[in-house]
Write a protein that binds this ligand. Structure first.
Ligand code: UDP
Length: 373
């Protein structure tokens, strides 16, 4: 390992892999290391029964940024998958995001005017209890956005399961991710472009890391001194608190565990994503992986199906961190680490864990592309 690289990239997830691609394109030398036995971080897929299984949770690429879309499509072709999750609340199905289908299912209203009237009635109640105040937390924000009926059936239980905290303790911004539509449109995202790489996410990561030196099963913290000496700059994509040896204390994360099974049917639930929104069902959602990449007759040509039940728990050392918990206490702590990070001359901190930010995939790619501009 005596060679001096321009960049040591710690982590081969989407941030690290895109960074390596851009660095290589600019004539820089890179070494990518990853503590896991595979590349791709949490976008990695495992092939089971010929189906690409999103090992670390469902990933759907969506963006309105044409440059980002063109960039990822220059690495691998994307399919036409459009995310239309369905919510199951006590056995009854509702379409997501909140749109005319949901309002029809919830209130039996059939026109936008009827739905608007019903929403206004519910929002007025929320406004009254706010008494002129801005919404301070997720519960207040959700009721103001969509009213009590939908909050109780489709938001409260799901959110409390996912975050392990009461909606009144969670930040309002989480729920602002979800669109509210007065049309019959079940597309979960508002973005112009959306899809899944043809052949799965591994194709994207392999394309980005083509011709880049990668070493797997290498733990940065076990060989830190030696690794830090082999490159001019470090691109660090792991958890920021771990980088600083938890000197101010540990940041909190949510982690997800999956119960993955092979089902003896070509079509288990008829959709890639079904959310179970009541508190009493222990998992948050069931993913049926084939629907991300198989459409029409292809679904039935593949006789089996692979499903994952997703359980959300608090992160503990030794587990994989997934979601930063961006409540006031954690944000304050993260800010202290970010101040330390901003004083580093030769270390770039990037991605969900290193920035402690609830990033989607496309903004990660955008950030790296902007860095190289
Ligand atoms: N959410 C909800 N009910 C649902 C789906 C989502 O209340 O059926 C809320 C929940 O608080 C969640 C947030 O919306 O944390 C964002 O959901 P999204 O599906 O965007 O999260 P991700 O796919 O990143 O897990």
């Amino acid at each position: 390992m005596s060679k001096k690289y321009d960049y040591l990239i710690v982590g081969s997830g989407l941030y690290g892999a895109t960074f390596a691609y851009m660095a290589k394109k600019s004539g820089k030398s890179c070494l990518v290391i990853d503590k896991r036995a595979h590349i791709g971080g949490n976008v990695y897929c495992e092939s089971i029964e010929g189906i690409n299984v999103h090992k670390y949770g469902a990933h759907i690429f969506h963006t309105s940024n044409k440059e980002v879309w063109d960039f990822v499509n220059s690495i691998v072709e994307f399919n036409r998958y459009t995310n239309c999750p369905v919510a199951n609340y006590k056995g009854k199905l509702y379409n997501l995001p909140f749109n005319m289908n949901t309002f029809y299912q919830m209130w039996n209203v059939t026109t936008p005017a009827q739905a608007e009237a019903k929403l206004e009635e519910q929002r007025a109640e929320a406004k009254q209890s706010l008494n002129g105040r801005e919404p301070q937390n997720l519960e207040e924000q959700a009721k103001l956005l969509i009213g009590n009926d939908i909050y109780e059936a489709l938001i409260k239980g799901y959110t409390e399961k996912q975050w392990g905290r009461s909606c009144s303790e969670l930040p309002a911004f989480i729920i602002r991710r979800l669109p509210v539509r007065m049309i019959f449109d079940n597309n979960y995202f508002n973005d112009k472009y959306q899809g899944i790489p043809v052949g799965g996410y591994n194709k994207l990561i392999e394309g980005l890391l083509d011709d880049v030196e990668v070493r797997l099963n290498v733990d940065f913290f076990k060989e830190r001194e030696q690794l830090e000496s082999i490159a001019d700059k470090i691109v660090y994509t792991g958890a920021i608190d771990e980088y600083y040896n938890y000197c101010y204390g540990q940041l909190q994360y949510r982690t997800v565990s999956f119960e993955t099974t092979i089902e003896d049917t070509p079509n288990y639930q008829g959709n890639a994503v079904v959310n179970y929104t009541e508190r009493e069902v222990p998992y948050t959602r069931i993913i049926e992986h084939k629907h991300f990449e198989m459409f029409g007759q292809d679904v039935f040509n593949c006789l089996k199906s692979v499903i994952s039940k997703e359980y959300s728990t608090e992160w503990k050392p030794g587990m994989e961190p997934y979601y930063p918990v961006n409540d006031a206490l954690n944000n304050e702590l993260a800010e202290k680490y970010r101040i330390l990070a901003s004083q580093e001359n030769n270390v770039i901190f990037g991605g969900r864990l290193a920035e402690y930010k609830y990033y989607d995939m496309a903004p990660i790619v955008e950030k790296v592309l902007n860095y190289w501009k």
